[in-house]
Design a protein around this ligand. Structure first.
Ligand code: CP
Length: 326
């Protein structure tokens, strides 16, 4: 007899993590558990449109010290779809400007009976630090250039949804690899599930040392394009760079922007992805971003499903103890 617990992937022995801090430390089985749970949530909620109030009485707090459109809003909506309440904290407009420390700020929000804190910060390791300082679960929503685990998961979910199993697929991450938390989470997740991963961009943004993670390093998009099943086009993160990594944006676009001419050289069923925000005309031209191969907005919808799954898996054990309903 299926219960909400078994139906939506909370199996006590299969998921024992208190936090979701990165994909580096997850096993292939744990990745598949989150992805399969997300697929079930998407199906059970008419594509994440309807409510499934499994987490009534729980509270999720968004602690965002960096801007966000996709991640913050979709964590909020995911929690509300599950019947949980939300607290929204953004550094601008908060008492951080009065000198309150990171840990005091986080503990203050946690004291509002928060079960899950979703943390975005420009410094790598902040979610890990808060994972030790707080009693609630912590989810990394992007820590500087380090990791963005739910972005990696929603990217992988989108590839699986459109092209089937990850194993054997060739996925190229193109652009500002050096400063990309999306690149790191994609690499850990995709490699564990058996993909061949290529990182491609200018030499100033793609070091040969990426080969140590088991990925192929490439500097010419036109050369690798015919081999790729998926392109994930990453934004140039000027805000994290101290010096300009190439002479001009125009030159970058000439060599690396995915445009209609390059689409003619790609595989017939190539999947075009971007984590967003997208800069039209820099890493992708409008005809490709809005074209039939693009799944950029599907990625956003799958972000809701992945975040429902993550919040559910983290809160499941406490909900079980409190309500005894499972
Ligand atoms: N992809 C992503 O993290 O987008 P936001 O910065 O809008 O959350």
């Amino acid at each position: 007899m299926p219960t909400p617990a078994t139906e939506f992937g909370y199996v006590p022995d299969a998921w024992t993590e208190r936090h979701l801090l990165d994909l580096e430390r997850l096993s292939a089985e744990q990745l598949r558990l989150i992805l399969d749970t997300a697929v079930r949530f998407k199906a059970a909620t008419d594509g994440c449109r309807t409510k499934l109030p499994l987490l009534a009485g729980r509270t999720l707090a968004n602690l965002f010290f960096e801007n966000s459109t996709r991640t913050r809003n979709s964590f909020s909506l995911a929690a509300r779809r599950l019947g949980a309440d939300t607290v929204e904290f953004t550094a601008s407009g908060s008492s951080v400007s009065k000198g309150e420390s990171l840990i005091d700020t986080a503990k203050t929000i946690e004291a509002m009976n928060v079960d899950v804190a979703v943390v975005r910060h420009h410094t790598p390791g902040v979610p890990h630090l808060l994972g030790q300082a707080l009693r609630c679960s912590v989810v990394n929503a992007g820590d500087g250039p380090h990791e963005h685990p739910t972005q990696g998961l929603l990217d992988i979910m989108t590839i699986r949804e459109h092209r089937g199993e990850i194993s054997g697929k060739t996925v190229a991450l193109v652009g500002d690899i050096a400063h990309s938390r999306t690149a790191r989470s994609n690499i850990w997740g995709l490699k564990k599930l058996g993909a061949h991963v290529i990182v491609c961009g200018p030499a100033t943004l793609v070091s040969r040392r990426w080969e140590e993670l088991g990925v192929e390093v490439a500097y010419h998009l036109d050369e690798i394009l015919p081999r790729c099943d998926v392109l994930n086009l990453l934004r140039i993160q000027f805000e994290r760079q101290y010096t300009r990594p190439f002479p001009s944006v125009r030159e970058y676009a000439l060599l690396y922007a995915m445009n209609g001419k390059r689409m003619a050289r790609a595989k017939e069923n190539i999947l075009i992805m971007a984590p967003g925000p997208i800069n039209r005309g820099v890493e992708i031209t409008p005809d490709v971003a809005d074209g039939p191969h693009s799944v950029i907005l599907n990625q956003v919808t799958n972000g809701l499903a992945v975040r429902m799954a993550v919040v559910w898996l983290l809160c499941g054990p406490r909900q079980l103890q409190t309500t005894g309903q499972f």
